[in-house]
Structures are given as structure tokens and as C-alpha cells.
Write a protein that binds this ligand. Structure first.
Ligand SMILES: Nc1nc2c(ncn2[C@@H]2O[C@H](COP(=O)(O)OP(=O)(O)OP(=O)(O)O)[C@@H](O)[C@H]2O)c(=O)[nH]1
Ligand SMILES: [Mg+2]
Length: 370
């Protein structure tokens, strides 16, 4: 599934540092001055999954292939961006293309890294960005209204069709005027569709990455800024993941052995980047299923609630066209059986039809005929 995830936030909060960590590269320039990033950095995040190893140990394929998703490190956004301040509209154009946003919020001190607002204050920073997103959407509404009016001129049929959309735009406008992003409203299916069609930036799901000093990573809630951010976000549906972009970017380019040693030195038991990727999947409501043959075991991402037919179409269009049945077993059951033969004897390999809702951790073998 080609879902893309954009990294946004004020300048100098550690967006590029986090991008480098997530993509395990040193591709983006991360410097202690604002607007280091102008053109977006683009990369892919590999989603490590222990279940691949479990399946591989039983099925012995030649290769293991992780699921991955594209991530884009966008230029820093400042107060007034929706009016063209900073990199303004250029920045917002990139946000429009994204399916979700990781909003990096600075909680680290580092006196050598200037903050564009002068002080560390995560809640204020979140509000600045939310305001800019709302203002950008208000502008979209304005332009859309002009367009609808023009289309409808002298045509009663078009005027009537546009009326419904006009009503929805009125509701959006009233909400946005109060400074509340559309993602925090309970939108109807129709409203959600319109927000998506117009690429409303404040409607995109957000995940907060609280960027902490390395010393605070062990006990994030000891950091007062992190605590205030949590409190602020609590009434929203969004998650907050504590990270230290700096440490993660240093860890990301090490070998597994070096990484284990470094983490032990830091007293760190959590795989911070894996937690972040998992939160991305939850935010996008994605699940992981697996396909396996002699050549490879492969993790694939799918929208939660999607059918076996959709999964088949994602693997190959022929598989969807000639779909007969899906053979399904959960990773847990395969692990318990320790072989497909035993699993079959136990009746754990089920035959499912095209409407079967794929579950997280399912191993799918699609039978098809074209
Ligand atoms: N101490 C500390 N410094 C950090 C951390 N993350 C980033 N920095 C530093 O903050 C500065 C800015 O980091 P960048 O990753 O370039 O920030 P950015 O948000 O991409 O900035 P722009 O591209 O200018 O908007 C660099 O000097 C980083 O080394 C962190 O977790 N801890
Ligand atoms: Mg940057």
C-alpha cells in the first residue's frame, strides 16, 4: 500500500534528524539553524517485524522482506506560513500530498540550537502549526466557493448539486474559525470524502513525536514539556511517542551488535523507532499480513478491515481477477504447529472466500486461476 507519511513541525525541532533515523540514512542535512531543509527529503522506512523471523525459521525461504512506507521530511513551518511566511505555500503543497503527518515537537533544550520562538514550549508550538493548517484550509474553502459559484452561473442543476457541498463548506469554515483542525471533528462519511478531495491539511491524521533530550528518554514524563504536551493532546485522538531524534539517528547507522551495546550503555530497553513506526500504522489503521513461498517471506500492509480479494489485488492484479480461495493461517498458530503439515492436520489452515476480512498476522496463500 502506497501510503505516505510527512514529517512536519517548526524549524530546528529535529525533523531531518528524525527522518535520517527513520530511513537509516544520513541523507538529510541536519544543522543548528532554521530552514536547513528547503527541498523535501524523501525516503522509505522499513517496518521491522519479529514475525518475519518466526515464519522464516519454519518455512525456510531464501529471503525475508519487510513492509515499508514512504516518508517525506518537509521544510519547517512558521507562524504566518499560510500567508506565505517562511517557505509558506511551498511547504503546504507538500503536506497536501500526505496521508498522515508526524508532527515533531521540540522538548529538548540544547542551548546551541536556536528556537524560532525563543523558548521551549511544546503546546504553543503545536498551536502555531494547528493554526496555520486551519488557515490554509480556510483559504481552500474560499477558493472552492468561488469555483462553485462560477460553475453554477445560470445552471440550476449545477447550482443544486453545489448547494450540498456549500453547506459542508460552511460547517468546515465555522469549525476552522474556532481554530479546531478538522481531524478533531466527528466528520460524516460525506464530509470526510470532501475533506480528502480538497486535500484539507487540518483533516490529516497526526501523530506527535516528542523530541526529548537523550537523558529524558528513560523517564519521559519527568520532562515537564513532555508532560504538558501529553496533557494538551489527551482530548484528541492522536498519539504521542517520546523519541530522541539525536540518539535514534546515531543508533540507526550502527550494526545490530553495536546498537545493542550502545542501548545497554544508555540503559534503553525500548526500540524507539519501531514504536514510532507501529504508531504510524495505528494512526493509518493499517495491519500487516504475510505471503510466503520458497523464495521469500514477505510482510505486506493493508487497510484494517480489507478483504482477502483486496489483499490478492495488492499482490498481483491476476490474483484478484482469477481469485478462487485464500488459504489462511495465523502466525501464532504456525508458530505453535512448527510446520504447515502439522498445521493442516490440526485443521488450522482455513479456506476463506473473497470477502474474508484479513487479520493482522495472517499468512495468506491465494489460490487463483487465470
Ligand atoms: N540535543 C538534541 N539535539 C537535537 C535533537 N534532534 C535534533 N537536534 C539538533 O537540532 C538541530 C536541528 O535539527 P534538524 O534535524 O536539522 O531540524 P529540522 O527540524 O529539520 O530543521 P529545519 O530543516 O531547519 O526546519 C541540529 O543541530 C540537531 O543536531 C535531539 O533529540 N537532541
Ligand atoms: Mg530539516
Amino acid at each position: 500500500m502506497a501510503v505516505s507519511c510527512g514529517i512536519l513541525g517548526l524549524p530546528n525541532v529535529g525533523k531531518t534528524t528524525l527522518f535520517n533515523a527513520m530511513t537509516q540514512t544520513t541523507q538529510g542535512a541536519a544543522e543548528a539553524y532554521p530552514f536547513t531543509t528547503i527541498d523535501p527529503n524523501r525516503g522509505r522506512v522499513l517496518l521491522e517485524d519479529e514475525r518475519l523471523e518466526v515464519i522464516a525459521s519454519i518455512m525456510k525461504p531464501e529471503n525475508q522482506i519487510c513492509a515499508d512506507f514512504p516518508v517525506v521530511d518537509i521544510a519547517g513551518l512558521v507562524r504566518g506560513a499560510s500567508r506565505g511566511e517562511g517557505l509558506g505555500n511551498q511547504f503546504l503543497a507538500h503536506v497536501r500530498e500526505m496521508d498522515m503527518l508526524i508532527h515533531v515537537v521540540r522538548c529538548f533544550f540544547a542551548s546551541h540550537v536556536p528556537h524560532v520562538e525563543g523558548t521551549i514550549s511544546p503546546v504553543r508550538d503545536v498551536e502555531i502549526i494547528d493554526t496555520e493548517l486551519c488557515m490554509a484550509d480556510l483559504e481552500v474553502i474560499e477558493r472552492r466557493r468561488q469555483r462553485l459559484a462560477q460553475e453554477a452561473k445560470g445552471k440550476t442543476r449545477a447550482a443544486r448539486a453545489n448547494e450540498r457541498e456549500g453547506e459542508m463548506l460552511d460547517r468546515f469554515e465555522a469549525w476552522l474559525d474556532t481554530g479546531t483542525p478538522l481531524r478533531r471533528q466527528d466528520l460524516s462519511a460525506e464530509e470526510e470524502q470532501l475533506a480528502r478531495a480538497l486535500a484539507m491539511v487540518s483533516a490529516k491524521p497526526v501523530l506527535y513525536a516528542a523530541n526529548l533530550d537523550e537523558g529524558d528518554l528513560l523517564e519521559p514524563s519527568d520532562n515537564e514539556h513532555y508532560a504538558s504536551l501529553l496533557e494538551h493532546v489527551r482530548p484528541q485522538a492522536s498519539e504521542v511517542v517520546p523519541v530522541s531524534a539525536q540518539i535514534c539517528s546515531e543508533l540507526a547507522v550502527l550494526t545490530q551488535e553495536e546498537r545493542d551495546m550502545f542501548m545497554e550503555e544508555l540503559g534503553l530497553s525500548r526500540e524507539v523507532l519501531a514504536e514510532l513506526s507501529q504508531a504510524v500504522y495505528r494512526t493509518l489503521s493499517l495491519i500487516t499480513y504475510f505471503t510466503v513461498n520458497e523464495k521469500e517471506v514477505r510482510a505486506r500492509s493493508l487497510r484494517a478491515g480489507a478483504s482477502a480479494l483486496e489483499a490478492a489485488g495488492q499482490i498481483h492484479t491476476d490474483m484478484a481477477r482469477g481469485f478462487i480461495r485464500a488459504e489462511v493461517i495465523s502466525t501464532d498458530q504456525l508458530a505453535e504447529a512448527q510446520s504447515m503439515t502439522v498445521a493442516r492436520e490440526k485443521g488450522w489452515v482455513r479456506l476463506e472466500g473473497k470477502d474474508y476480512r484479513v487479520q493482522d498476522g495472517d499468512i495468506l496463500y491465494i489460490r487463483f486461476n487465470v
